[in-house]
Design a protein around this ligand. Structure first.
Ligand code: ADP
Ligand code: MG
Length: 587
């Protein structure tokens, strides 16, 4: 699976795609954007009016000593300022609103999208990397989405209006003072490229930093027990230092753009003063024109400098957006056909026909031409050394991924023709490690069956031998679990997992080493809970300890992704092959 390099600076074509995608998120707020644009135009108009009258006003008051004009200014200007304040507030409010809204829907799309992706995505991506994109990169995008239109459009408008004014006042002088613009554009272009590169690289390092945090937080017991602290800290420092230097590279380019602009426009300013001075002496320019010209030039200067800074924000934002967009672009590997009908009822027949599978990151196949059949209501056990492909079979049945060749059939339907949600609705899964969500016991049992009644929850808990310990907790079924909730023992977790699986009344029950992590006493409790719920459904049981599969209707012995032996416990012992060897080694 090739993957766009997060470090790479997007080329022109990619940049276009990114911008177009970002614009899609702004589209729903067209009206607000339009209102903001109008307020920006009003703002630019007010500014230019002030500039334009500044020349005559300065001349009138200070040169001609016109008292009438002085009074007019004192009365008119405050009104103009109040208007400007109101427009500026409206503008800032509207743009922040649009920015926040756009980012809100990007965040929601990200969350929704990662739920739609197939398991294969999680094999490739570290969760901390996804987290860093969702938090850090999205924050940068938010800055960009909010500030670029807010200040960018306003500043561009101001500059354009000022330039128009410059030409209106004295086009020759205007032309001369704008000769340096291409030079400025070229410098900004070079700096922009540097910024984008450094910014893209620093985003990757932020991902690494958050990965290191997550790793240490999750593995804190091992970190401490093995005195791994110093090594972990040293490794962290490497990333942290790298982040600092990348960030400084970005900031150097940012810091450079301001002074360079200032230097160039300072030179131009000297030129303007020199030439207008001469023009005034010659009588081809009035003092009022000179002051208006100067005011327009100076007014254009600050927004021009801002545009240079916006460039740096834009580069940072686009580098971050690239990383977010990569996730939004991910396609599910498991394709659900549009034609898939829904399956209201399932008998629970399972058939593998010449099924082979290979993990994308591996060269060799983990399952090779595997064929077997399990009839409705049968209990089938898969045994074999670890790494022989047992979990892979369970995951194929859940359609986490599709075989590279062969067919998996459920009730005679090719699995590819069944909708994954329908299929999974008929399946119950208990794995080795039970994930508990930050929710109540009740909420954790009903995750696959949100409409279940309290009676059903209690029935399921009873069947799973969990009711007693649940009611012994102070808040019973309302006790909170999860990371910050009550801690349960391994056996208790497994019995909750069984309750969670059977409340769905699944036609196919998948037990993947459900008792492997337990001590003997808990194992027995969980095992008897399992035996109680076997009836009336097809069961696939993967087990490490062979004593737990003795009563299965069929036992499949896997070896390196192939079926080595098949039969009942008795038959396999009589056969005297792999199974017998394993069984004797264990007893
Ligand atoms: N996500 C994965 N990516 C690459 N290889 C994998 C992945 N999951 C499992 N494998 C490999 O596939 C083989 C079979 O794994 P698995 O089905 O989990 O075996 P079992 O459950 O029998 O222990 C092993 O060699 C394992 O390393
Ligand atoms: Mg396994």
């Amino acid at each position: 699976m090739t993957e766009p390099d997060a470090r790479a600076v997007p080329d022109k074509a990619r940049f276009k795609v990114l911008i177009r995608a970002l614009v899609q998120y702004l589209k729903p707020y067209k009206v607000r954007l339009l209102q903001a644009a109008v307020s920006m135009i009003i703002l630019a108009a007010i500014k230019n009016a002030v500039i334009y009258i500044s020349g005559p006003v300065i001349q009138g008051i200070f040169v001609n000593k016109d008292m009438h004009m002085l009074r007019l200014i004192v009365i008119a200007l405050p009104g103009l300022f109040v208007l400007r304040m109101a427009v500026e507030y409206t503008n800032a409010y509207l743009m922040s609103w649009v920015g926040q809204k756009a980012v809100q829907s990007i965040r929601e799309d990200l969350f929704t999208h990662i739920h739609r992706l197939s398991i294969e995505f999680y094999w490739r991506k570290r969760s901390s990397d996804v987290m860093s994109r969702v938090i850090n990169d999205l924050n940068n995008v938010q800055n960009t989405v909010q500030f670029i239109p807010l200040y960018g459009i306003r500043d561009v408008l101001t500059v354009v209006a000022c330039v128009g004014l410059l030409f209106y006042i004295n086009w020759k002088l205007a032309l001369i003072s704008l000769i340096v613009l291409p030079l400025i554009a070229a410098i900004l272009g070079v700096l922009g490229k540097k910024m984008r590169k450094a910014s893209a690289e620093s985003n990757v390092i932020v991902g690494e930093i958050s990965h290191k945090f997550q790793e240490s937080l999750q593995g804190i017991t091992v970190v401490k027990a093995f005195n791994y602290e110093d090594q972990a800290i040293a490794k962290f420092k490497v990333s942290n230092d790298a982040y600092f230097s990348k960030m400084m590279r970005y900031l150097r380019a940012t810091a450079m753009s301001g002074p360079i602009m200032e230097f160039i426009s300072g030179l131009v300013l000297i030129g303007i003063i020199y030439m207008s001075g001469k023009a005034i002496f010659n009588g081809t320019m009035t003092t009022a024109q000179f002051f208006s010209f100067l005011a327009a030039y100076v007014t254009a200067y600050v927004p021009l400098k801002n545009i240079a800074n916006l460039n740096s924000k834009l580069q940072q934002g686009m580098a971050a957006w690239e990383r977010i967009y990569q996730i939004l672009e991910e396609k599910p590997a498991v394709i659900v056909k549009a034609t898939t009908g829904n399956i209201a009822h399932l008998d629970g027949k399972i058939e593998f026909q010449d099924v082979s599978y290979k993990y994308p990151s591996r060269d060799t196949q983990v399952l090779q031409n595997l064929s077997f059949r399990i009839n409705p209501g049968e209990v089938a056990a898969f045994v074999g050394p670890s790494g022989s492909g047992k979990t892979t079979i369970i995951h194929l049945l859940l359609r986490f991924f599709d075989p590279i060749s062969g067919r998996v059939e459920v009730d005679g339907h090719d699995m590819l023709d069944l909708a994954t949600t329908d299929l999974r609705a008929h399946m119950g899964l208990v794995t080795q490690d039970t994930i508990l969500f930050d929710d109540t016991v009740h909420g954790n049992i009903t995750i696959g069956c949100p409409g279940a009644s309290m009676d059903e929850v209690i029935d399921a808990a009873r069947a799973a031998d969990a009711h007693a310990f649940i009611t012994a907790m102070p808040q019973g079924y309302e006790t909170r679990l999860g990371e910050r909730g009550v801690k349960l023992s391994g056996g208790q977790r497994q019995r909750l997992a069984i309750a969670r699986a059977i409340i769905k009344k699944p036609k196919i029950l998948l037990l993947d080493e459900a008792t492997s992590n337990l001590d003997t006493a808990s194992e027995q409790a969980v095992q008897s809970a399992i035996e109680r719920i076997l009836g009336g459904r097809t069961v696939i049981m993967v087990a490490h300890r062979l004593s737990t599969v003795k009563n299965a209707d069929k036992i499949f012995v896997l070896k390196k992704g192939e079926l080595a032996e098949t039969g009942t416990h008795k038959e396999l012992l009589a056969l005297g092959g792999v199974y017998k060897g394993l069984y004797e080694a264990q007893s």
